[in-house]
Design a protein around this ligand. Structure first.
Ligand code: GLU
Length: 423
């Protein structure tokens, strides 16, 4: 396809918010819920925009824009991460909060969906600047968040250190220690065993389940992982340790492919805290080339809109498992389904993260802490059960796995809204 044709075909695709609305509408139609339900679910109940002045290291003050969206709290308090990224937009944070609602419904957590984002580039900020930004953001959103209202967590380019600053700031504002305000904290501050690796563990379980359904043995399966951040790097390691052949990986700057398998341990040693590794390697290819290389299982674990109508026809994998949020457009979802490729959608595949966040919040609330085995066992139980529920829904209604997952998630919200008398 020529470059112009690619641009045109991209333009025809819906943006993340519109496509999320479309799948919610489709899910409600399949389930037989009327327009009143759609009216409440089509956008977040709360979208807060804040402007945060931050003293930079050179003495100047820079004003950052941030958002916190709460999609729907009929099932319970809202829950979802905070991303720090230069390309954050309000529509993106709104869509991400809606995906969190569906995700919590898919794995059966007592939460609605929330999400936050700040337009910034943490790769170009000092530790002190990041701390002041994190604390300023919490002060700005403090009225609408809290352990029984809306519980944040890490997302793209935020980590346990950012969560620690945010928890400390919130506890100071409230004048009591509030570990249940935020999840993904360091262990010593009430974090949970297994939270750091939870997303990758959940993705691994989904890969195992999908491979079983397709009769593929993980041993020697060829896997491409796009993205080498929290989810992608741990996943590459788990797959490599399970005997699979990780033939491709990438970061924001480029990708590596080797049909004989990459030396994942060496790459993990070279990786920096933002997941950058390819800048130190020779013979790199582009991220877009990587997605189309030969493999059995493709795991997009980076950012949105990577598999689109422009490249979905050329994906060679027979299973695609979405570790990132929103890596495949709706148009591409349909193309992959028509081609018989099994796609395990983000709201199921990466739900391990929020599931262990829920375990962390539950431990904070009861003041009783679990060991690593307990967390792992419960996570496995939730992921295997949820995979089966969504797979069965897809079979029963003859729909693709993304729509099936939305049907599972949306149904819970619809029932909760009904019982509350909102519809
Ligand atoms: N940011 C993660 C996600 O998109 C985790 C959210 C959480 O732990 O609350 O699922």
């Amino acid at each position: 396809m020529s470059a112009t044709a690619q641009v045109e075909s991209k333009e025809r695709e819906l943006n993340v918010l519109e496509s999320t609305q479309q799948v919610i509408q489709d899910a409600l139609n399949h389930l037989g819920y009327g327009p009143k339900y759609y009216d409440l679910l089509k956008e977040p109940l709360v979208t807060l925009t804040v402007r945060i002045p931050v003293r930079m290291d050179d003495g100047s003050v820079k004003v950052f824009t941030g958002y916190r969206c709460q999609h729907n709290n009929a099932v319970g308090p809202t829950k979802g991460g905070i991303r720090f990224h230069p390309s954050v937009t309000v529509e993106e944070v709104q869509a991400l909060s809606m995906w969190m609602s569906v995700k919590c419904g898919v794995v059966g957590l007592p939460y609605g969906g929330g999400k936050g984002g700040i337009i910034c580039d943490p790769r170009e900020m000092s530790i002190g600047e990041l701390e002041r930004l994190s604390r300023g953001y919490v002060r700005a959103i403090s009225q609408i968040v809290g352990p029984t209202k809306d519980i944040p967590a890490p997302d793209v380019f935020t980590n346990s250190q950012v969560m620690a600053w945010m928890m400390d700031e919130y506890s100071r504002l409230r004048e009591f220690d509030s570990p249940g305000f935020i999840t993904g904290k360091p262990l010593v501050l009430g974090g949970s065993h297994g939270r750091e690796t939870a997303t990758a563990k959940g993705v691994t379980i989904c890969i195992e389940e999908a491979a079983k359904r397709r009769g593929i043995s993980l041993k020697d399966a060829r896997i491409i992982v796009q993205g080498f951040g929290n989810a992608g790097s741990y996943l590459a390691k788990f797959m490599h340790d399970a005997g699979a052949k990780v033939v491709g990986i990438s970061d924001a700057y480029g990708a590596l492919y080797d049909a004989n398998g990459l030396d994942i341990d060496a790459l993990l040693d070279m990786r920096d805290s933002f997941g950058t590794v390819t800048t130190k390697c020779k013979n790199t290819i582009s991220n877009q080339q990587l997605l189309e290389m030969p493999c059995d299982i493709l795991v997009p674990a980076a950012i949105e809109n990577q598999i689109t109508a422009a490249n979905a026809h050329r994906i060679q994998a027979s299973i695609v498992v979405e570790a990132a949020n929103g890596p495949t457009t709706l148009e591409a979802t349909k193309i992959l389904a028509d081609r018989g490729i099994l796609l395990v959608p983000d709201v199921l595949a990466n739900a391990g993260g929020v599931t262990v966040s829920y375990f962390e919040w539950a431990q904070n609330n009861q003041g009783l802490y679990w060991d690593e085995e307990q967390v792992e066992e419960r996570l496995r139980h939730v992921m295997v059960r949820s995979f089966e529920t969504v797979y069965q829904m897809a079979q029963d209604h003859d729909v693709h796995m993304r729509l099936a997952a939305y049907m599972v998630g949306v149904q819970r919200m619809a029932e909760a809204m009904y019982h509350r008398g909102w519809v």
